[in-house]
Design a protein around this ligand. Structure first.
Ligand SMILES: Cc1cc2nc3c(=O)[nH]c(=O)nc-3n(C[C@H](O)[C@H](O)[C@H](O)COP(=O)(O)OP(=O)(O)OC[C@H]3O[C@@H](n4cnc5c(N)ncnc54)[C@H](O)[C@@H]3O)c2cc1C
Length: 402
């Protein structure tokens, strides 16, 4: 029998780290490795809100896959995955197909509008470099247009952010830094620009405790964010959101939906059994009923057996899935026992712009303000270190002084 072929789909946190771990732990004679990704670069998904607001250059948030994975050792295919044919062990790509003996599905998330009327058509979403760059360009265009187009309205300058989870709040933190700069650049009075957050739940950032949440809200309000919490979005139109019981229209020139994500639609196309768009994997991260398919990152629900619910889908977890997955593929090839995934929670930090943030780290130490912002930079640099090594940290790391 020839060498087994291991195919990894997606070069995000989970897929790229799995590939790098497999390169380290398997001898070239043991297996052929293939990595498939839509682009020839990896991007830091957790930095995309900065790209969208225009506070970070898109190129800093990405690096070439061939700079961190040796193409002589791993076959790199830059193409979009359409579907996995599990019976024939084949992956259908937009421009071809490829067979596998072992498959790792790590295709990340897609925006989920929960069927809110008009949201998909009229709101932007932060999904990848291209979609984030588009928000950045659109936002700036509203300012340029306001100064030249006699039909432009003041509300064209307004920004509506739907959803007050991690992505929404981190985006607001960047916007309050970016907007004053755009106002200065385009000679616009800052008071003309509204930044409005609409959230159906009564609170923001449900993963943090009350003190940190109040701190975050106050910090953002002090810098001009208007919160409309406990407010359902009934519809998104070209003009903005229609909200609440009285169907109030909140007008804005830039509308971003951050209120929900789901696993890659490739999972649906491939006929996996899904719970809220993701596959509930076994403890060893394999898809139930498929000994040769591992599903990681935002495509997977990994159960926290003690808590009786899934671990939260994060970049931190995705990279830890990668380690378990690489170990388990090695174990399968060598007929060793497989390990069960165990999440080592190193904490969570949310940025509120460059110099502010909130966080819980080291099993319960609460951080806020500059300490949290500094910790966020450590987390961000650690992530690219784990995925790319010291060279990438030097090239793309965040060393901006406060
Ligand atoms: C703005 C923002 C901020 C966040 N902040 C944090 C944070 O502070 N901490 C934290 O832990 N988590 C954070 N998250 C969540 C975190 O980013 C995700 O949990 C994480 O990206 C999941 O990793 P992944 O490997 O599953 O997917 P990703 O890292 O998103 O990678 C998926 C990869 O698959 C590729 N791909 C997708 N579809 C296809 C296809 N059809 N064909 C080929 N390739 C494809 C993509 O291009 C990408 O390279 C944040 C998310 C966002 C959007």
């Amino acid at each position: 029998m020839g060498k087994p072929k291991i195919v990894v789909l997606g070069a995000g946190y989970a897929g790229l780290k799995t590939t790098r771990e497999l390169v380290k732990s398997l001898a070239p004679e043991e297996a052929d490795l293939v990595l498939v990704n839509k682009h020839n670069y990896h991007y830091e998904t957790t930095w995309l809100h900065e790209v969208a607001a225009g506070t970070l250059n898109p190129n800093q948030a990405r690096f070439m896959i061939s700079d961190v994975v040796n193409p002589n050792r791993v076959r790199l295919i830059y193409d979009a995955v359409v579907e996995v044919n599990k019976e024939d062990q084949r992956v259908i790509l937009e421009n071809g197909e490829i067979t596998y003996d072992y498959l790792v599905i790590a295709l990340g998330f897609e925006s989920n509008t929960f069927g809110i009327k008009g949201m998909e058509e009229n709101a932007y979403a932060i999904v990848d470099i291209d979609s984030s760059r588009e928000i950045r360009e659109h936002l700036e265009y509203q300012f340029a247009k306001y100064k030249t187009d006699e039909n432009a309205k003041e509300s064209d300058l307004s920004i509506l952010v739907g959803g007050a989870g991690f992505t929404g709040i981190e985006l607001l933190g960047e916007l309050v830094e970016r907007i004053p700069k755009l106002c200065k650049k385009y000679d616009v009075d800052r008071h003309k620009v509204r930044i409005i957050n609409v959230e159906a739940m009564p609170s923001i950032l449900p993963m943090f405790d009350k003190d940190l949440v109040s701190y975050a809200m106050q910090s953002l309000e002090d810098r001009g964010v208007e919160f409309k919490l406990g407010t359902a979005i009934n519809e998104c139109t070209e003009d903005g959101f229609i909200v609440g019981d009285d169907n109030e229209l909140i007008e804005a020139g830039t509308v971003v939906w951050t209120g929900g994500v789901t696993g890659s639609s490739v999972l649906t196309e491939s006929g996996f059994e899904l719970t809220k768009g993701k596959v509930t994997v076994d403890g060893d991260l394999r898809a139930p009923g498929f000994d040769n398919i591992f599903i990681l990152g935002d495509c997977a629900w990994v159960m926290d057996e003690e808590a009786g619910r899934p671990f939260p889908p994060t970049a931190q977890a995705a990279m830890q899935h990668a380690d378990t997955c690489a170990n388990n593929i090695k174990a399968v090839l060598r007929n060793d026992p497989l390990e069960t995934f165990d999440f080592d929670d190193k904490g969570t930090v949310a940025s509120l712009g460059v110099t502010d943030g909130i966080g819980n780290v080291f099993s319960g130490t609460a951080l806020k303000g500059k300490a949290a912002a500094a910790m966020k930079k450590v987390v961000d640099n650690r992530s690219i270190y784990l995925l790319g090594g010291p060279k990438i940290v030097l090239k793309k790391g965040k060393f901006r002084p406060f």
